[in-house]
Design a protein around this ligand. Structure first.
Ligand code: ASN
Length: 355
């Protein structure tokens, strides 16, 4: 197990509202410029020195830092399994968890953890920053402190206010499986087009209790296996048989996200349909996800999607690509029969689709 460091609280009477574990993985939030003028991750020790306000919170904050903080472009399936197993091992000792993570792949990681942590009764809040904590105009402070407040928030009966995997950024708390990075320059970097925010953070935290997932009725179940035999095939006018055939023909491929147009439409050219038939014959699960950020896939509405339906392509409803690819890895990792795999892929497992 990795060492856990408690932030020494100095300011108050010793009364704490909650115990929160911060999982520090890296990301711009904890970066500084290296000798070559590039942003690279620092150790959490340096990050916490730049955030003296952490010592003035009315909660117990402990920090577990991954041994090698990363730019989130380097995140792997093994990192997701590690994060899930850390939360499993320390679940009973904390009221909530905050994951400090780079923004580039945060929506993928939040989605992956949503699937790996089944029956979650405590908050797991991902956050990060666009400007490093050491810079005057950093957004790290506000994001981190608000994420901690949300992770610590409880109902009068002591239960968590947001018992799910979520992502806080700028002013919004979004469901992990609904978030998307939409901006690389500005502070409002994440959006959730098909579900309103779970919390809006202004002067007060405005919780949207009507859409926050209810407490589970079964105990936490942590999965750590994801199947990487997957691909994403994004359509564009002019895509060739060579490209489609190469992707769907990858040896050992078990699942593919097909990024289609509009409400789930794709070419009806014979060569394209033949590629799908070959994939279907090889038992590859193809999930149809729209390139549009809003709206949903409705297979069969147009002739150009009825052809997909007829070839066993599954409709992804209003799922994001980030949630779809991690859902595919998770479901395939369960090693279920083909009908059960199809049932899981088309079910709403973690609030990722509106049925
Ligand atoms: N490249 C950084 C990362 O994802 C971007 C960020 O955190 N703002 O780690």
């Amino acid at each position: 197990m990795f060492p856990i460091v408690d932030i020494q609280t100095a300011a108050h009477d010793g009364q704490v509202s909650a115990s929160i574990l911060v999982l520090y993985t890296g990301g711009t939030v904890g970066m500084a410029y290296n000798k070559r003028g590039e942003l690279a991750p620092m150790r959490f020790r340096q990050v916490s020195k730049l955030m003296p306000e952490l010592r003035h919170l009315r909660m117990r904050v402990s920090v577990l830092s991954l041994p090698h903080p990363i730019d989130s472009s380097n995140v792997t399936v093994a990192d997701w399994a590690l994060m899930a197993s850390i939360i499993r091992d320390l679940y009973d000792q904390y009221d909530g968890f905050v994951v400090l993570h780079g923004t580039d792949t945060m929506a993928y990681s939040a989605s992956a953890l949503s699937y790996l942590l089944e029956n979650l009764a405590k908050p797991v809040v991902f956050t990060g920053a666009q400007v490093p904590v050491g810079r005057i105009r950093t957004d790290a402070r506000r994001n981190f402190i608000t994420a901690l407040d949300i992770a610590a928030a409880r109902h009068p009966d002591g239960s968590a206010r947001v018992p799910e995997v979520s992502l806080f950024f700028n002013t919004l708390l979004l469901r992990g499986t609904r978030a998307k990075k939409v901006e690389s320059q500005h502070f409002a970097a994440f959006k959730s087009e098909n579900l309103p925010p779970l919390v809006k953070a202004g002067i007060h935290l405005d919780f949207n209790d009507a859409i926050i997932r209810p407490l589970p009725t079964a105990p936490l179940r942590v999965h750590t296996h994801l199947d990487e035999s997957v691909a994403i095939l994004k359509l564009f006018p002019g895509i060739t048989e060579k490209v489609v055939g190469a992707i769907l023909g990858v040896e050992g491929l078990r699942g593919c996200i097909l990024e289609t147009y509009g409400s789930g439409n794709a070419p009806t050219q014979p060569w394209f349909l033949r590629c799908l038939e070959t994939a279907q014959a090889r038992g590859i699960h193809v999930l149809n996800v729209s390139q549009c950020e809003e709206g949903r896939v409705e297979q069969g509405r147009y002739e150009t999607s009825a052809s997909l339906l007829a070839r066993g392509v599954l409709g992804g409803d209003d799922i994001t690509t980030e949630a779809a690819i991690t859902k595919l890895m998770f479901v395939l990792g369960q090693k279920k029969s083909p009908p059960e795999t199809i049932r899981l892929l088309t079910s709403n497992l973690r609030g990722e689709i509106t049925l």
